[in-house]
Structures are given as C-alpha cells and as structure tokens.
Design a protein around this ligand. Structure first.
Ligand SMILES: Nc1ncnc2c1ncn2[C@@H]1O[C@H](COP(=O)(O)OP(=O)(O)OP(=O)(O)O)[C@@H](O)[C@H]1O
Ligand SMILES: [Mg+2]
Length: 237
C-alpha cells in the first residue's frame, strides 16, 4: 500500500516501529522489541482516546479516523501552520459552513497527540508517566468561551493553555456592556504575548471579524498569525 494512503495511526505505528528497530542497531526488531509491538499499539490507542478527553466531539473523531478523511484546503492550512515557528501563534480558518474548518482544527490536535507520542518513543520514555500530551480541555466552542466569567479559573486556562482550539468564533453572545469582548481581548492578548498556539474557526470573513472584535484583537492576530480564508465548496453531505 502507498505509504501516503495509510491512515494516520498506521503511519505513526510504522514510524514508531522504525524507532524500535533503530534501537536494536538496525538489526530488525529483536524478540524483546517484537513483543513490544503491543506497546506502540496500545499507546496509539491512548493518543486516540485522549482526543475526546481534550474536547473533540465523537463525530469529529470518527471523521478523523474514517477512510474518507482527505486533505482538504483547511487540512493543508493546518499542515502549513504546524511547520511554522512559534511566532506564528495563531491560525484563523474563516469560511462558510461545512467547509471542513472544524475537522481541520481537530486534525491539528490529533497531530499534536501523535507527534508527542513519537517523540516519547524517540526519547525512550514511552512507558513513563503521562499518557497523552493533553491533560485537560483543549477544544472550546466559542459559546463556552463566552460563558467564562472574569472570576472563573477557566479564564486562566484559556489564557495559558498550550495548543487551544476555539471553534465557531462569532457565535458567542456579546453583551451590550462589552464584558465578553473585554475577556476575549484579555485572553487573546495573553496568548499572543506568550506565543500560545491557537487555532480559531469562524464563519465571519475578515471584514466581519474586524468589525465584531475591533482592531486591538484583529491586529494581534495579524501580527504573526494567519487569517486564512477557506473558499472550497461545502463538504457537508
Ligand atoms: N478532511 C475531511 N475529510 C473528509 N470529510 C470532511 C473533511 N472535512 C470535513 N469533512 C466533511 O464535511 C463536514 C463538515 O466539516 P466541518 O464540520 O469541519 O465544517 P466547518 O467548516 O467547521 O462548518 P461550520 O462552519 O458549519 O462549523 C464534516 O462533517 C465531514 O462530513
Ligand atoms: Mg465547524
């Protein structure tokens, strides 16, 4: 089978087995390491299971793991984003409904989980402690973000968590006094200042985004971050 057409988990299993092979001086997998085939497989299952715990919906997980998963323009934008230096702290996927923005954001978290796992094998630490890169919620709907109050410990999570997805920005309720906007400003400023990687999906276009969130937020996203317009046809069947 073409290596590229292998599903992500199989691809990673092959990479991990390469690492185990190298550990045995390239002599192939030793009996000991061969027995450890079960270990990579179970670690991959852990990585997979950690996605719903991080907040990715079961429907999105099923699409990520399904045979019809494809490299949509949004997935390509995520792949570019992964390769960018830390200064590129933010990616906004902006486009009409059903374009594959949320699935691409979920793919980003999946890649983080798997890349972390490969690194653990490379470092020979696969059996130690932590089972996944994710230790809490990394996927937040904008409505959830909008409900967090200034006195809530969750605000500090939103400001400081490495690798955060905010899905459907623009759907949260903005109160007339501007409290929600103020909290968003605080959160974006903190994340921008500390290179906290952030993927945002939204149905707003650049103009609508700027109008709703104002120049302070928009200019921080523009500084290093990428506002990516998604223009492909709807993928929703
Ligand atoms: N990479 C992909 N591979 C295969 N199917 C996909 C992919 N991305 C999206 N789809 C299909 O398109 C549907 C819509 O994708 P998604 O939920 O990511 O859209 P969206 O752009 O986030 O839309 P909205 O703005 O309404 O939230 C998915 O449920 C899935 O059926
Ligand atoms: Mg979506």
């Amino acid at each position: 089978m073409d290596h590229k057409s292998l599903r992500l988990s199989e691809d990673y299993l092959a990479r991990i087995q390469e690492i185990l092979k190298k550990r045995n001086n390239g002599e192939g997998i030793s009996d000991y390491d061969y027995c450890k085939k079960a270990v990579p497989e179970s670690r991959i299952r852990d990585a997979q299971a950690s996605l719903p715990d991080a907040g990715v919906s079961l429907r999105d997980c099923a699409i990520l793991d399904g045979d019809s998963f494809e490299d949509t323009p949004s997935v390509k934008a995520i792949k570019d984003f992964i390769l960018k230096p830390k200064e590129t702290w933010c990616l906004v996927l902006a486009g009409q409904p059903g374009r594959g923005k949320s699935i691409a954001a979920a793919y980003w978290l999946k890649r983080l989980a798997y890349d972390w796992l490969v690194k653990r094998f490379e470092d020979g630490e696969e059996s130690m402690g932590q089972r996944s890169i994710f230790t809490g919620q990394h996927w937040w709907s904008a409505q959830e973000v909008g409900r967090v109050s200034s006195h809530d410990a969750q605000l500090s999570i939103l400001m400081n968590r490495d690798n955060l997805v905010i899905d459907d920005l623009g759907t949260e309720y903005l109160d007339t006094k501007g409290h929600t906007l103020h909290r968003l400003d605080e959160m974006i400023t903190r994340r921008y200042s500390n290179y906290k990687r952030t993927v945002i999906t939204t149905n707003l276009n650049m103009e609508g985004f700027q109008k709703r969130y104002g120049n302070r937020i928009f200019s921080r996203i523009g500084d290093g971050g990428v506002f990516h317009g998604v223009t492909n046809k709807s993928l929703r069947v």
